[in-house]
Design a protein around this ligand. Sequence first.
Ligand SMILES: Nc1ncnc2c1ncn2[C@@H]1O[C@H](COP(=O)(O)OP(=O)(O)OP(=O)(O)O)[C@@H](O)[C@H]1O
Ligand SMILES: Nc1nc2c(c(=O)[nH]1)N=C(CO)CN2
Length: 156
Amino acid sequence: MADYYIGLGANLGDRESLLAAAIREIRKIPGLTVSALSSLYETPPWGKTDQPVFYNAVVAVETQLPPERMLHLCLAVEAKLGRVRREKWGARTIDLDILWHRRDVHTAELQIPHPYLTERAFVLVPLCELSPQLPIKGKRASEWLSLLPDAEKIKK
Ligand SMILES: Nc1ncnc2c1ncn2[C@@H]1O[C@H](COP(=O)(O)OP(=O)(O)OP(=O)(O)O)[C@@H](O)[C@H]1O
Ligand SMILES: Nc1nc2c(c(=O)[nH]1)N=C(CO)CN2
């Protein structure tokens, strides 16, 4: 089990290069190690379905950095890679979400586990590749995934 799991998504531009660039930027952050990378997945848009197909992946991170600092570092990586916020759940060049941390966080700015984690096969499939036993809200990650009907639409 890692200290953090971070979800990466992109559905605009060169999606594979953008995810690779985001992982490079995360690796550059002092005081942090990326200990595992999931496969890259092609995933149908969730939530707002009239937008391009996404690429998604998850990285496992080891660090003592606190969650608020991790959020600001993730937002800085998004800004560096040209993320423009237009609409909720809309198309984006890059999105970094803090999916899970060793301790839960519930502040105005940050919710960990990520509020939609257990509803999103595009997150749970790569997360389960890394850590199927991860405890999330009283169940294992793999149990949450088994409850989702659209898991087979997530392709490596
Ligand atoms: N676990 C989390 N990881 C990242 N951002 C979070 C988290 N919890 C709350 N937030 C807040 O969400 C904001 C980012 O929202 P963003 O525009 O990326 O939403 P979205 O990607 O469209 O939707 P979603 O958050 O459902 O994936 C951040 O500025 C942050 O304050
Ligand atoms: N497949 C997929 N769908 C999404 C994604 C995403 O990363 N992948 N991100 C969203 C908002 O964060 C909304 N919908």
